[in-house]
Write a protein that binds this ligand. Structure first.
Ligand code: UDP
Length: 402
């Protein structure tokens, strides 16, 4: 079995937590790795990085290649058409054959529509996030995107949803044929994400031993609801001024060494709030942190907070749970399938600053509760792994392939 992954939107090896690079990159790399171990050959097609103009191939894992192909167009819709042609020429030139394509995100899906027609093989689509959800939860309306997603929904041979909720959304808002949607849950790499000793982790990372650490990990994007976290901390420190001395809020994500980062609208909003609430002494932007280092950060934290308005799955929550952290999250998207409120994490009402603030306060002051949540969280996380996901995906490929 040989599969062509289409990853137009972002190279899976891009530094995570910056601009476009997040959960989808982690998903693609881990799925491909596990499929490779199961004997499925995977070629991942992505765009060359800015300075490279010739195709280049990297052997990522056993049976898995990453193929960078150059695309010049600035406009993504034109580039997608061009990308499909470039992938197709490459396949012809190298005389490659695939049993099917698996495309990730809607732009890749648009390329896959063209490749399906050209090579007369099926394609499977994972959207990762849907335009309709961005419209409903973040207020960002992109009609062309939703139209493209509807087209992909109709023409693709199968759709992968990460949760039952995503399946429901595909049926309700995209009128997708229910028989075509397969719920296959992503996983977490348990070899990497496992609990570490808190004190030792803080020493390794040079983090204070005498403070309560509240951690956020993710792309710095309006959908992540970071302004709510800052406002919640502001509320806490107004009520309990001593908190400013004893709390340290760490924000992981974003390219803090680039001036573009500090000119980003969302970043400016967060920075302004930190100033207004006089929190600059206790809130720190750490920038993007390598995936391999994250387990130490999760293990150092007293509370990991995810204040998002929407998450299609919420890998950060699962990673933190696998590391035994006490997680405080809004019950959005896939998160509601991970957290059982009060048992293996705490849920707050999305967008409700007072609720977030109060629950953060309670958790910070209750080490026993944090410990029991963390223990149960590790237990929950054990059931979700990339090995299981790849196994299910392989079975589906075998069913769909011609
Ligand atoms: N991530 C990382 N370093 C960072 C920020 C994020 O490795 O500095 C990873 C994080 O571990 C997670 C992914 O990026 O695996 C974010 O995935 P999630 O599903 O939480 O959010 P998305 O990006 O899909 O919105």
């Amino acid at each position: 079995m040989k599969v062509g992954f289409i990853s137009y939107w972002s190279c899976p090896l891009t530094r995570l937590g910056i601009l476009r690079a997040g959960g989808m990159n982690v998903y693609i790399v881990n799925l491909a790795n596990q499929l490779g171990k199961l004997g499925v050959a995977v070629d991942i097609y992505t765009r060359s990085h800015k300075d490279k103009h010739a195709p280049s191939t990297i052997r990522l894992f056993e049976n898995v290649n990453l193929i960078h192909l150059p695309v010049q167009n600035k406009d993504d819709y034109l580039a997608v058409l061009n990308f499909a042609r470039i992938v197709s020429d490459y396949i012809d030139k190298k005389n490659l054959t695939y049993d099917l394509f698996h495309s990730h995100y809607y732009f890749s899906g648009l390329s896959a529509l063209i490749l399906k027609t050209k090579f007369k093989i099926p394609f499977i689509q994972t959207f990762h996030t849907l335009g309709e959800m961005k419209k409903r939860y973040v207020g960002l309306s992109d009609i062309s995107r939703i139209k493209a997603e509807k087209q992909i929904t109709i023409i693709s041979d199968a759709l992968i949803a990460s949760t039952q909720l995503e399946k429901n959304h595909l049926e309700k808002y995209y009128k997708a044929d229910p028989g075509k949607i397969h719920v296959i849950t992503p996983g977490v790499n348990h070899h990497l994400f496992r609990p570490h000793d808190k004190i030792k982790s803080r020493r390794i990372l040079n983090l204070p031993l005498n403070k309560k650490i509240v951690l956020f990990v993710g792309r710095i994007d309006p959908v992540k609801g970071l302004t709510f976290l800052i406002r919640a901390v502001g509320l806490l420190t107004r009520k309990y001024p001593d908190f400013k001395e004893s709390i340290n809020v760490l924000l992981i994500g974003g390219d803090i060494n680039s001036r573009y980062f500090w000119h980003n609208k969302e970043v400016k909003k967060i920075v302004r709030l930190i100033k207004i609430k006089k929190l600059s002494g206790c809130v720190n932007f750490l920038g993007s942190v390598s995936h391999n280092k994250l387990p130490r950060f999760y293990s150092s934290a007293d509370v990991v907070v995810l204040p998002s308005f929407y998450e299609s799955f919420g890998l950060v929550v699962l990673e933190a749970m696998a590391c035994g952290s006490a997680v405080l999250s809004s019950a959005v998207g896939g998160v509601q399938y991970l957290i059982r409120d009060g048992k293996n994490g705490i849920i707050f009402r999305s967008g409700n600053v007072a609720d977030l603030s109060w629950k953060l306060y309670q958790l910070i002051n209750n080490p026993g509760k944090r410990e029991s949540l963390g223990k149960n969280a590790v237990y929950t996380g054990r059931n979700l792994c990339w090995e299981k996901q790849a196994d299910k995906m392989k079975s589906l490929y075998e069913k769909i392939a011609v």
